[in-house]
Design a protein around this ligand. Structure first.
Ligand SMILES: *Cc1c(COP(=O)(O)O)cnc(C)c1O
Length: 385
């Protein structure tokens, strides 16, 4: 049982509910960021990330930097592309637009392959786009948190390696790492950026990423200096290497408390086979999606093959607005999120089901949420017999 004070179950697509031990790690006494205790924990945390991303290639480089998930976009934009470079963004919703904006901010020339809300670019469209220009980089949102659309990374990567082998493949995995399978080496990915507060289950405040040797080399052989100071891989790479080698190093002060919480979260994650973790998220997701369908609700992600396993975005009945139902759910002790895809935002809500809410049955979060959803719909005048 959780020893946290009673509170509504936070079932939005990040931040998620946190395990007690993870939260308790945040209460660690103050320590030097270059002292032996913290160096050891930070070094181990970076090594743990190699396991989470399933990479054994020594050239792969993990980064943990204070910031939110968005900082990962800056890291990519400031180091892996130069002003004037062409970048292909596969657009599957709100967060792909954000990544495109970030790349543009740093001078990249962005071309988007756009999908209708609830869908994702198809491989033949991507192939056509890749054949038209020489793209330095391609970005894909693994799970678009605005729609619950899941992208298929393995086949996409095979395609990119076949038709445009010099194009780096970068994944926005903010809403997928630790709940969807990501085989960094096997799928030949060049970058995956994520954040602490989603499926990893650690409080917000850490940008977490993995880059391939090829990506690191790209950052080192660019003609112009990195176009950010704080987000410079040139500044951070030696720091990460030193911590992992258990050596003191300083560029900008990390948060010892957050890194300790991340270490606890990763220790819990890696305590069991990753395949089991992904399977349990899939099972919970199947159960939730079935229940949602039985309530008469359509999912935003229309194609079952493209549905994420850590969240469900569902259209409401026409007569029910998110602003009607979300407060009712809140009163029943369940926090869901409203829509954020700009074309459909007022028509749907989002249910995040990641981490302890799925893995710790003693919390009963999922059943509680499904019951609350059913009752709330009925209170809004929509009941399905
Ligand atoms: C949440 C999210 C982000 C942004 O992360 P922040 O921590 O809010 O900066 C980016 N991409 C995806 C897919 C997300 O789900």
């Amino acid at each position: 049982m959780s020893t946290q004070p009673a509170h509504p179950a936070l079932l939005i697509p990040g931040p998620i509910e946190f395990d007690d031990a993870v939260l308790q790690s945040m209460g660690h006494f103050s320590e030097s960021h270059v002292g032996p205790g913290f160096i050891s924990v930070f070094g181990d945390t970076l090594s743990q990330l190699r396991k989470l991303f399933q990479t054994t290639d020594p050239a792969s480089q993990p980064f943990v930097i204070s910031g939110s998930g968005t900082l990962g976009w800056d890291l990519v934009s400031a180091n892996l592309v130069e002003a004037g470079d062409d970048v292909l963004v596969l657009q599957s919703g709100y967060f792909s637009d954000g990544f495109a904006d970030c790349l543009t901010t740093y001078g990249a020339i962005v071309t988007q392959v756009k999908a209708a809300p609830g869908s994702r670019p198809q491989l033949d469209e991507v192939e056509k786009a890749l054949s038209a220009k020489n793209y330095k980089l391609l970005t894909v949102t693994h799970v678009d948190t605005s729609t619950g659309v899941l992208s298929e990374l393995k086949k996409l990567s095979e395609l990119v390696h076949k038709v445009s082998p010099d194009t780096l493949i970068v994944v926005d995995g903010v809403c997928s790492v630790a709940c969807e399978e990501i085989a960094f080496d096997d799928w030949k990915l060049d970058g995956v950026v994520t954040a602490s507060q989603k499926a990893i289950g650690c409080p917000a405040g850490l940008s977490i990423s993995m880059f391939s040797g090829r990506a690191i080399e790209r950052s080192q052989t660019r003609k112009t200096p990195p176009s950010s100071y704080f987000a410079s891989m040139k500044n951070w790479t030696p720091i990460m290497k030193n911590y992992e080698a258990k050596k003191a190093s300083y560029f900008a002060t990390p948060s010892p408390q957050l890194v300790r919480a991340l270490h606890t979260a990763l220790t819990q994650i890696l305590d069991k086979p990753l395949a089991e973790r992904f399977a349990r998220h899939r099972e919970a997701s199947d159960r939730i999606k079935k229940a949602v369908a039985e309530l008469g609700l359509q999912q935003v992600a229309a194609n079952p093959d493209d549905q994420a396993h850590g969240m469900t975005a569902m259209y409401l009945p026409e007569s029910v607005k998110p602003t009607d139902i979300l407060p009712i759910l809140g009163k029943k002790g369940v926090v869901f999120a409203g829509g954020i895809h700009k074309e459909i935002a007022s028509r749907y809500i989002r249910f995040g089901h990641m981490g302890v809410s799925v893995l710790d049955p003693s919390r009963n979060d999922i059943d509680k949420a499904l019951t609350a959803l059913k009752e709330a719909l009925a209170e809004c005048g929509h009941s399905k017999a």
